[in-house]
Design a protein around this ligand. Sequence first.
Ligand code: SF4
Length: 60
Amino acid sequence: MTPTLCETCRWMREVITPKESRFLLCQLSITNPDYPKYPPQPVVRCEGYERRGESHADDA
Ligand code: SF4
């Protein structure tokens, strides 16, 4: 499978349905209507991409 930027993006939240389908929710969509809630995968280029776990104090 082609790697998607969303996998390593701090805005992504994984959603698993009761039938165990997996969706990647883009949390940037909450504040920015330019981003779809469930971007078509894979995402290979994204202006909003921010790598997870780097230098942001509010990272989980
Ligand atoms: S900002 Fe871009 S890379 Fe990050 S989750 Fe949203 S669509 Fe994916």
